[in-house]
Design a binder for this molecule. Structure first.
Ligand SMILES: Nc1ncnc2[nH]cnc12
Ligand SMILES: [Zn+2]
Length: 333
């Protein structure tokens, strides 16, 4: 079996994907047209030409603009369904999907419109494609903690459909500690918690995510490598990092995939996983992330299998389900 055949054959879980970041230009045009919303592009080539980023913020500006065309429940359904079809093609059998309610509610779209559309697609993914999923509601960290509290309040009627809360958007200048109280409240209510930390931000932000927010997983976390004590802590706690290689390359977190630290982190015993983050913007879904690092870093078959196994170890699924998928992985030669 070639490396790419192995990657294709392995069952995988995706734990770091923003549903708004799966918005392919073709679907964006179709939804813009049916909703009568103008977009600042004439055609698909113009869209793709605009996707040149030099840091996180330059991406976020374009990402939030793209989300503006999403208005109806059907739009959120179509967005998520298109993503699930990509999962099926990549043998992603379980996915934990971020959505950013504030990106939509701040434009006057009801919370119910967003979550009902996404949930209907999750239900169909289970019944038609056999893909299980969870939703993770992410707070936008460039907005206030008060706004995050208001969003948490809006989510309460849907709590059974939301496994965790997260923290995303512009990292620098918005440390995890800014959201200490709202995360404490979310934990008290029974939500699991995750946070983007150590993508562009320093190791101190990863410490805060661990010690102040008390996260169950760190999203990105690649800058943790700069702090030896933090590395020891992540390893001792078996703290998952949801790493997104193509994202890191496109947002200039790394300059060259051959320099990406995911293999070093793996070798040191950090529980790293491979994820797509915003695949419509960064050039590929889960398997493209795997194949790109496998080639650039010369990953061994065992390392590739370990990364797939880590995705289930790190998922918010039952011990029985973890065991089942780990056995499936072990059975692949
Ligand atoms: N990579 C990323 N970092 C922070 N916020 C995001 N929102 C969508 N993608 C993101
Ligand atoms: Zn992300």
């Amino acid at each position: 079996m070639t490396q790419n055949e192995l990657i294709q054959a392995l069952p995988k879980a995706e734990l770091h994907v923003h549903i708004e970041g799966t918005f392919e230009p073709e679907l964006m045009f179709a939804i813009a047209q049916r909703n009568g919303v103008a977009i600042p592009y004439q055609n698909i080539d113009e869209v793709k030409a605009a996707y040149q980023f030099h840091n996180l913020q330059s991406f976020l500006d374009i990402y939030y603009a793209g989300a503006n065309v999403l208005l109806q429940q059907q739009d959120f359904y179509d967005l998520a369904w298109a993503y699930f079809e990509r999962c099926a093609a990549d043998r992603v059998v379980h996915t934990e999907i971020f959505f950013d309610p504030q990106t939509h509610t701040d434009r006057g779209v009801a919370f119910a419109t967003v979550i009902n559309g996404l949930q209907a697609a999750c239900d169909d993914a289970k019944s038609k494609l056999g893909i299980s999923s969870h939703l993770i509601m992410s707070f936008l960290r460039h907005l206030s903690e008060e706004a995050a509290f208001a969003t948490l309040e809006q989510a309460l009627p849907y709590q059974s459909q939301i496994i965790a809360v997260g923290l995303d958007s512009s990292e620098l200048g918005h440390p995890p500690s800014k959201f200490a109280r709202v995360f404490a409240k979310a934990r008290e209510l029974g939500f699991l918690v995750v946070a983007h930390a150590g993508e562009e931000g320093p190791p101190e932000y990863v410490w805060e995510a661990l010690d102040v927010l008390k996260v169950n997983r760190i999203d990105h976390g690649v800058r943790a490598e700069e702090d030896a004590h933090l590395m020891q802590r992540l390893i001792a706690d078996k703290m998952p990092l949801t790493v997104c290689p193509l994202s890191n390359l496109k947002l200039c977190v790394v300059n060259d995939m051959a320099q990406h630290n995911i293999q070093r982190l793996l070798k040191q015993g950090v529980q790293v996983t491979v994820n797509s983050d915003d695949p419509a913007y960064f050039g590929g879904y889960v398997n493209a992330n795997f194949t790109t690092i496998a080639e650039a870093l010369q990953l061994s078959a065992d390392e590739i299998k370990q990364l797939a196994a880590n995705s289930f170890e790190s998922a918010f699924i039952s011990a029985e389900d973890k065991q089942y998928w780990l056995q499936q992985i072990a059975a692949i030669a």
